[in-house]
Design a protein around this ligand. Structure first.
Ligand code: NAD
Ligand code: ZN
Length: 360
């Protein structure tokens, strides 16, 4: 089929153990000859960790903001951060987001909202942003979402859970240092890691699949198999593979599309505020009728890693909750078009979607 994909990539990518210690050098040319200040947005997991703080290349005048990840980023949160910074300090020279998909999305969205006026709700969607944002650098400390490489910053607004998606969203710089992800708890490591597995599966099992996406996807899947089925997590190779798999899974979906699992996951996220990667695992576990052998492999990984995936969640969901989640999922036509083709409405209705939710 005809497919046109033309996306901006991350401008510079540093990779390697210890590369985090080069952050000061990396940022130096962006400091406007010492006249600009930098804002470090750091995952709250690191708050109180003085050894980690000492490694941040903070200069006098820079701002350090710890970001809670209890909730996924919201439009209000981004607008509030923007208003506070501009009122107190004026426009920064740059932002550095250090954390998981949550904090990296905060950095991406804030970069754009510092230069675009109004409420971020009005920019939820594709190419709605009017002006380039400020310099922004991403440093993942947990791997799997591909947020380090994607062109979207996912925000929950009053109505929609939808990204600010455009070329300017993409990071100017990322620093991939596998040392940083060693402390992630096993359950979270698995759930977030599975996001890249699921991105890779969905990207190559739908109508928009193509050779370019397949190349990234197949490599990411191979790396996930080594990480989750073969290697001991303490093996240094494990974190290295996962960090690169996350990047490749992100590119794989950028050049194709996500499918059924992500559509269902968006419903779980919007209505129940379930964490994106955990919601994907809950949904993927029930999708053997769509993703067959991949779901069997996923279950094998769950078992192999001794991960707890809750069962029978749906028994506590009212019909209204299931209806609301089905409505969110149904209204993602680009995902259904990818999963089932342009005539997807002939094989999919709200009842089929509700059936998947009832199995969870
Ligand atoms: P997260 O950022 O919510 O982090 C998960 C947990 O791990 C948090 O409690 C965090 O504090 C903790 N953590 C982070 N680094 C750690 C470390 N080194 N050691 C110990 N704990 C650590 O989770 P995530 O799964 O990376 O990201 C989910 C978010 O990403 C959601 O907001 C979702 O919407 C977004 N997302 C974005 C994209 C995109 O393309 N932009 C893609 C998928 C998901
Ligand atoms: Zn995802």
């Amino acid at each position: 089929m005809q497919l046109f994909r033309n996306f901006k990539s991350v401008t510079k990518t540093a990779y390697g153990r210890g590369s985090f210690s080069k952050l000061g050098e990396i940022l130096e040319p962006q400091r406007h000859n010492g006249e600009g200040y930098m804002v470090f947005l750091v995952d709250h997991y690191f708050q109180g960790n003085e050894a980690f703080k000492a490694r941040l290349p903070i200069l006098p005048g820079d701002e350090l903001i710890y970001c809670s990840t209890a909730k996924e980023p919201t439009t209000d949160q981004i607008d509030g951060l923007r208003d506070d910074l501009l009122a107190r300090r004026g426009l920064p020279a740059g932002l550095i987001g250090i954390g998981g998909g949550n904090v990296m999305d905060v950095a991406k969205a804030l970069s754009l909202m510092l230069t675009n006026t109004g409420n971020s709700v009005q920019y939820q969607g594709l190419n709605l942003i009017q002006k380039p944002g400020i310099y922004h650098c991403g440093v993942p400390t947990i791997s799997g979402t591909g947020a380090e490489v994607s062109m979207t910053a996912v925000l929950t607004g009053p109505v929609k859970k939808l990204g600010l998606k455009c070329d300017w969203t993409v990071f100017d710089q990322i620093v991939l240092d596998p040392d940083l992800i060693a402390t992630v708890p096993d359950d979270q490591w698995f759930y977030t890691g599975m996001d890249t597995y699921i991105h890779s599966v969905e990207a190559i099992t739908g109508t928009k699949k193509n050779t370019f996406a397949e190349a990234y996807s197949e490599k990411a899947l191979e790396m996930c198999r080594r990480v989750f089925l073969e290697l001991d997590r303490k093996d240094p190779k494990s974190d290295e593979l996962l960090m690169v798999a996350s990047y490749m899974g992100g590119l794989s979906l950028t050049y194709s599309e996500v499918g059924v699992c992500h559509a269902l996951s968006y419903g779980l996220g919007k209505v129940l505020e379930m964490h994106h990667c955990f919601a994907n695992c809950v949904a993927f576990n029930q999708l053997e009728d769509v993703y067959g052998a991949y779901v069997q492999e996923f279950k094998h990984m769950v078992e192999q890693r001794g991960i707890t995936l809750p069962q029978n969640l749906a028994k506590d969901w009212s019909e209204e909750t299931i209806d609301a989640m089905a409505e969110v999922a149904y209204n993602l036509p680009h995902m259904w078009d990818h999963a089932f083709g342009p005539d997807w409405q002939q094989v999919l209705d709200r009842e089929r979607i509700k059936g998947w939710y009832r199995r969870m």
